[in-house]
Design a binder for this molecule. Structure first.
Ligand SMILES: [Zn+2]
Length: 127
């Protein structure tokens, strides 16, 4: 079962639900490439502060996987595609069990993501 709790510390903004949309998009991009996402418990939350300035962080050590997305970094990202990169990066760790590497799993900002999105997604979902 997948639990998507989108929490925000002091205010509730409609944009908080945006994390759920990205997860749905991740799933459909996976399925479009023949990758079935297994069933598991996942919580994705926005946080106001992330130690070390990470844009996102995932804790996959417990049965319920937890992804924290830095609200500041998310608001700062200049386009929907760039938000997608760091959410998909964390999902790559937590859901696909990927280590750091090339493309979306790289630690660098992908400045050409918008032009090469399909190529990067093909690479991400190659198991
Ligand atoms: Zn990472």
């Amino acid at each position: 079962m997948i639990i998507l709790a989108v929490l925000f510390s002091c205010s509730q903004e409609p944009s908080d639900y945006v994390l759920f949309d990205y997860y749905e998009l991740f799933k459909s991009e996976a399925e479009a490439r023949g990758v079935k996402i297994p069933s598991f418990d996942l919580v994705m939350v926005f946080v106001d502060y992330e130690p070390k300035g990470y844009s996102g962080y995932c804790d996959c050590t417990n049965e319920t996987k937890l992804i924290r997305i830095n609200k500041d970094a998310f608001d700062y990202a200049v386009s929907r595609e760039l938000d997608e990169v760091f959410i998909f990066h964390e999902l790559g760790h937590c859901v696909l069990n990927k280590e750091h590497g090339k493309g979306i799993m790289s630690k660098n900002i992908l400045r050409d993501y918008e032009e090469r999105r399909k190529e990067y997604l093909d690479e991400l979902f190659k198991l």
